[in-house]
Design a protein around this ligand. Structure first.
Ligand SMILES: Nc1ncnc2c1ncn2[C@@H]1O[C@H](COP(=O)(O)OP(=O)(O)OP(=O)(O)O)[C@@H](O)[C@H]1O
Ligand SMILES: [Mg+2]
Length: 596
């Protein structure tokens, strides 16, 4: 699908060169060695027929047995070395190719991780895997074989032709013309056969799509008597597949047969020329044999070059996509290097508006939070609570207004450091298929087990850890399989505790936990919040009880904001009415009409 696109807008050759240069340069010693091996192997290939000619001419002239034996030994040595060199060149080619593509995979992954959330939200994981791994794998040939084969092929061809010219101008001239014509035909074959092959694949995909759809709907087809119609359509699709397949095959094989025929003609010509020149006494029998041998050798590089050109066409689409991905810039400019100071952070929103693409979510939100204060954030589902916290983390930038942490605009702060200073436990905790330890430290080996254990103890979770079969070495499954929602939350708390941030954001899960886990969480939260600024998105009154301030949001606006005590006592406040109607501490706040 993307191939025709790349045909209409071919990437300039300069970009291919730039990519090759970028990824091959760091390995230049290996690439140089590979080229030298290749050159040596080509040189040896050219020498082999010369030895044979010497042997034949010596034999005919009744040369000494010793000389003949030496020639035979030399022939053996050269042929063997040639194989060895070719094998080594292939080995280094694969090595260079893998190293280059791995570097490219790493670059693409790093690049994608730096891109903004808008980019990631718009793409499925499968698509990203295909972009990073699939496209790069398709390029491995481009890095490893392409240069070797094409360059090697061209050099070998040139070498053969030069030697033929040196032997006899007539043979040189005729075979040069022959090579030119065959090259042109092979290139033409590619142009003609490739679109036909595309059409064949498309018809094939259509056929399978048709079969799959009908099989899935077989009950409905039977029930509605659609069988006859379906069979007729099936025959139509089959006919299309047959016709395009036949056409592609005919084109491919006709042109192929033609090329083979041409080579046949080439042999006859060379042989004829050899006989003619020999009968004139212009060349020896050995030289006639030499001509034929070189003619045989012309075929392989010609085929290799055409095949590589086909591969390049396939790789072109991948190269274009890789290039496009590398040129994408994050919508989050890197910011300045402003550092936040350690300790509890002050938070301030100044008329902050934000929209996901063109869906407005926050509308001129303003509020302040002093260091060490705890803000309870309430609001109906979809009112923008989680979004507000994402801005603090700088997962997105506001479309207008300012978000400040301890007076520093988030856009001016060093992004990596900013994220070090803000800890977040989201509604759904992500766990990785790794040990408990790695899930807590994010694979940071500099965090010692003692520190982790101390964190568990301080959060009052050491009892829980002891019950795990292998303690910190217990493997977790992707998505937290094997752990309850509450246990996943506990791990997330420990993660944040280890990070020791100045601002903690807790996005309370809306599902309820069992009372025992709930009690554990309660204690852990108290420990976690000590000495830090916090924003707690609460779905239960119980959780709000620890808040110093309350803010109620509705449809991206602040409805009410003030100290919790005061709001609780003010009979006109929404918070007060909320407390009235929901006597049960477990009552789900986001379902209360008072929030609207
Ligand atoms: N990544 C996103 N892309 C586009 N729209 C989004 C995205 N995330 C949230 N929204 C939309 O933004 C609005 C606010 O969502 P947000 O998650 O901030 O609400 P919330 O107050 O946290 O709700 P809840 O209580 O259910 O967690 C919703 O209408 C939601 O559909
Ligand atoms: Mg939310």
């Amino acid at each position: 699908m993307s191939e025709p696109k790349s045909k209409t807008s071919p990437m300039p050759v300069k970009r291919y060169g730039a990519l090759l240069y970028r990824y091959l340069r760091p390995q230049w010693p290996k690439a140089l060695l590979m080229s030298l091996l290749l050159l040596a192997s080509i040189g040896l290939q050219l020498v082999v027929p010369q030895i044979l000619r010497f042997f034949i001419d010596q034999a005919i002239a009744g040369g000494l047995l010793e000389v003949l034996l030496r020639a035979a030994l030399l022939f053996f040595g050269v042929a063997f070395s040639n194989q060895l060199l070719a094998a080594l060149a292939t080995y280094f080619g694969a090595d260079v190719g893998w190293t280059a593509t791995n570097a490219m995979r790493a670059d693409l992954t790093r690049h994608c991780l730096k891109l903004d959330m808008g980019f990631h939200n718009a793409r499925t994981p499968g698509e990203l895997i295909e972009r990073i791994d699939g496209d790069v794998t398709a390029l491995s040939n481009f890095f490893s074989q392409f240069v070797v084969r094409v360059l090697g092929g061209v050099l070998l061809l040139i070498g053969i032709l030069v030697l033929l010219w040196l032997e006899h101008w007539l043979v040189g001239l005729i075979l040069t013309i022959f090579v030119a014509i065959v090259s042109w035909i092979l290139a033409y074959r590619r142009e003609v056969a490739v679109p036909a092959t595309h059409a064949e694949r498309e018809a094939n995909a259509k056929l399978f799509g048709f079969i799959e759809e009908r099989l899935a709907g077989i009950e409905d087809i039977r029930a509605n008597g659609g069988g006859v119609y379906t069979m007729r359509r099936f025959h139509g699709v089959m006919r299309q597949f047959f016709n395009s397949g036949l056409r592609a095959w005919l084109l491919r094989s006709t042109l192929w047969t033609f090329a083979i025929g041409l080579f046949g003609l080439g042999y006859v010509m060379t042989l004829g020329l050899g006989v003619y020149l020999f009968s004139l006494g212009a060349i020896t029998l050995g030289t006639a044999y030499l001509f034929v041998q070189y003619m045989v050798m012309i075929e392989t590089p010609l085929e290799q070059i055409t095949q590589q050109m086909e591969e390049l066409q396939k790789a072109a689409a991948s190269i274009a996509r890789v290039d496009e991905l590398l040129r994408l810039n994050s919508k989050l400019p890197p910011g300045n290097s402003h550092r936040l100071k350690a300790g509890a952070l002050a938070v301030s929103f100044e008329r902050v508006s934000f929209a996901y693409d063109d869906k407005p979510v926050l509308d001129k939100v303003s509020f302040q939070l002093s260091p060490g204060q705890v803000l309870g954030l309430l609001g109906r589902t979809g009112s923008g609570k989680s979004t507000l916290t994402r801005l603090l983390f700088r997962l997105y930038d506001p479309s207008s207004g300012q978000v400040r942490l301890s007076g520093v605009d988030t856009r001016d702060a060093d992004l990596a450091l900013l994220r070090q200073h803000v800890g977040m436990v989201t509604q759904e905790v992500q766990l990785f298929h790794a040990t408990v330890r790695d899930n807590l430290t994010f694979f940071d080996r500099s965090i010692s087990d003692e520190r982790i254990m101390a964190a568990f103890r301080q959060l009052g979770l050491d009892g829980w850890l002891e019950r795990l079969p292998q303690g910190l070495d217990t493997m977790l499954l992707t998505g937290g399989g094997g752990l309850s929602g509450g246990e996943a939350q506990l791990l997330a708390f420990t993660r944040v505790f280890l990070k020791d941030p100045g601002l903690v954001i807790l996005d309370e899960p809306s599902s309820r936990l069992d009372p025992a886990t709930e009690a554990l969480l309660e204690r852990a939260v108290s420990k976690l919040l000590a000495g830090r600024t916090a924003i707690i998105i609460a779905h239960r009154l119980d959780t709000v009880r620890r808040a110093d301030e309350i803010m109620i949001m509705s449809a991206g606006r602040v409805l009410e904001h003030g100290p919790r005590e005061r709001l609780a006592q003010d009979p006109r406040s929404r918070f007060h009415r909320l407390l009235e109607v929901s006597h049960h501490p477990d009552a789900d706040l986001s379902l209360q009409g008072e929030l609207a």
